[in-house]
Design a protein around this ligand. Structure first.
Ligand code: NAD
Length: 415
C-alpha cells in the first residue's frame, strides 16, 4: 500500500518490534493494512447562506480485538495519511492497555475557530449521518480529539440515536456525565501519567517523595499530572506552556498555579517562582521530565541537554525517533505515549461498559479500576523490555502486536 510520511513513521516503530517477534509475513501484512478508510463529503449551509462542502474521514485500522475506538479531529490540516496513522496508533494503544477495542480515528478538514456553534453542530450531524452505517456501539465508538469536546460528542450521540430511533449512549465516549459520560474521565489521562511516573520511579530506584519533576504543558494532561504527582510528594520544580513558564526549586504550589491559570489562561507571570523561557525546560536538573503539550518537542537538537533520568510521554509523539535513540543510549528510562497516556482510552472503555450495562460507577470505583489496568499494562511492557532487552517503546509495540497477532491467528482467515 502506498502511504504518507506519518503512516511511514508508525510503520518504522511497528517494524522494529515485529522483527523481534519474528512475525510471520502474512500476519505482518494484515497488521500493516488499514481495514477500512471512509471518505465522505459533508455539505453544510453556513450562516451566510452559502453551502460549503467539507471532507471527512473515518478510518477503522484494525478491529480484531473489538469495535474501533478513536477520536474525531476538526482541523484544517487533517488528511488521510494522518488519520490512518492515528488509527493505527489507537490500535496499539488499546492493545497495550488490554481493552477489547480495535483502533480507529476520524477527522474533518475544517477550521472550527472560524465557525459558529451552529455551523459546527450542522457539520457534526452531517458528518455522523455520512458515516452512520460504519459506527455503533459494536462497530466503531468515536471520542473527542483536537478541537472536539463533550458538546460535539453529545451531538454525535443525538444524531446516531435519531437515526436508529432510540437513545444509544455507548455509540460515543467523552460525553457529558449527565448523558452517560463517566466520572473520572477528565482527570484520567493525568492520573495514568502519575501512575506511570510512580511505577517508573520504583523501577529506576528514585524515591518519588521529593523527586524533582518538570512538566511541559499545563492543560488537561499536564495540570492533572502535576497536581497528582505533587500529592504523591513529588516536587514540581518547573511548568511551561504556550506562553512561558515558571521555575521554583523548592516546589511550585500547584493549587495556586491552577488558580493563576484559570484567571490568566497561562502559567506565565505566576508569582510563585522565577520566570522560565519555554525551551529552558529541557536542560533543567530534574529527575522526571513530562512533555504533556505537543508532538515533536524533544529532538536531536535538545536531547543532549536533558538531565532527567525518567521521561514520561504524556503527550502523543513528543519525542522524535532520533531523540529517542540518543536518550535511550544514555540510559534515560522513557515511558512511551501509547502506555503513558493510555488511561484516557481506558476510561473511555469504562464509559462504554457503564453505558452498555446501564449502571454507573462511583469515581472511586473508576479510579481503582484504572489503577489496576495501568499497573498491569506497565508491568507487561516492562517485563517484555527486560526479556527482549529493548526500550519501553519497542516493548509496548511487542505487547500490542503480540495481542493482535495472537487473536488474528486464532480467528483465522475467513473465506
Ligand atoms: P490541552 O489543550 O488541554 O493542553 C495543552 C497544553 O500545552 C496547554 O497548557 C498549552 O498552553 C500547552 N502548549 C501549547 N503549545 C505549547 C508550546 N509550543 N510549548 C509549550 N506548551 C505548549 O491538551 P491536553 O488534552 O492536555 O493534551 C496534551 C497532549 O496529550 C496532546 O498531545 C494530546 O494528544 C495528548 N493526549 C491527551 C489526552 C486527553 O485525555 N486529554 C489523552 C491522550 C493523549
Amino acid at each position: 500500500m502506498e502511504h504518507g510520511p506519518i503512516f511511514g513513521a508508525m510503520l518504522q516503530e511497528f517494524d522494529g518490534a515485529a522483527r523481534l517477534l519474528s512475525l510471520e509475513p502474512g500476519i505482518w501484512k494484515i497488521l500493516t493494512s488499514p481495514k477500512r478508510q471512509i471518505i465522505v463529503a459533508c455539505p453544510v449551509q453556513m450562516d451566510n447562506g452559502e453551502i460549503e462542502v467539507f471532507t471527512g474521514y473515518r478510518v477503522q485500522y484494525n478491529i480484531t480485538l473489538g469495535p474501533a475506538k478513536g477520536g474525531i479531529r476538526y482541523h484544517p490540516g487533517v488528511n488521510l495519511d494522518e488519520v490512518t496513522a492515528l488509527a493505527a496508533w489507537m490500535t496499539w494503544k488499546c492493545a497495550v492497555a488490554n481493552i477489547p477495542f480495535g483502533g480507529g480515528k476520524g477527522g474533518v478538514i475544517c477550521d472550527p475557530t472560524k465557525m459558529s456553534k451552529r455551523e459546527v453542530e450542522a457539520l457534526t450531524r452531517r458528518y455522523v449521518a455520512e458515516i452512520i452505517d460504519a459506527i455503533g456501539p459494536e462497530k466503531d465508538v468515536p471520542a473527542p480529539d483536537v478541537n472536539t469536546n463533550d458538546q460535539v460528542m453529545a451531538w454525535v450521540m443525538d444524531t446516531y440515536s435519531m437515526h436508529v430511533g432510540h437513545t444509544t449512549t455507548p455509540v460515543v465516549t467523552g460525553k457529558p456525565v449527565e448523558m452517560g459520560g463517566s466520572l473520572g474521565r477528565r482527570e484520567a489521562t493525568g492520573r495514568g501519567v502519575m501512575i506511570a511516573t510512580r511505577e517508573a520511579a520504583k523501577h529506576v530506584g528514585i524515591n518519588l517523595k521529593g523527586a524533582r519533576v518538570a512538566v511541559q504543558g499545563f492543560g488537561n494532561v499536564g495540570s492533572v499530572s502535576a497536581d497528582l504527582l505533587a500529592r504523591q510528594g513529588a516536587r514540581i520544580v518547573a511548568v511551561t506552556d504556550w506562553k512561558g513558564g515558571v521555575h521554583n526549586e523548592s516546589g511550585i504550589d500547584i493549587d495556586k498555579l491552577l488558580a493563576h491559570v484559570q484567571q490568566h489562561r497561562t502559567v506565565d507571570g505566576f508569582s510563585g517562582g522565577d520566570r522560565l523561557a519555554g525551551d529552558k525546560i529541557w536542560s533543567l536538573d530534574v529527575d522526571v521530565l513530562i512533555p504533556a503539550a505537543l508532538e515533536n518537542q524533544i529532538t536531536a537538537k535538545n536531547a543532549s541537554d536533558i538531565k532527567a533520568r525518567i521521561l514520561i510521554e504524556g503527550a502523543n509523539g513528543p519525542t522524535t525517533p532520533d531523540a529517542h535513540r540518543l536518550l535511550h543510549e544514555r540510559g534515560v528510562f522513557i515511558v512511551p505515549d501509547i502506555l503513558a497516556n493510555s488511561s484516557g482510552v481506558v476510561t473511555s472503555y469504562f464509559e462504554w461498559v457503564q453505558d452498555r450495562y446501564g449502571y454507573f460507577w462511583t469515581e472511586q470505583e473508576v479510579n481503582e479500576r484504572l489503577e489496576r489496568k495501568m499497573c498491569e499494562a506497565f508491568d507487561d511492557v516492562l517485563r517484555n523490555a527486560l526479556k527482549f532487552k529493548v526500550d519501553m517503546r519497542t516493548a509496548a509495540y511487542i505487547v500490542a502486536i503480540n495481542r493482535v497477532a495472537t487473536v488474528t491467528r486464532m480467528r483465522g482467515m475467513y473465506a
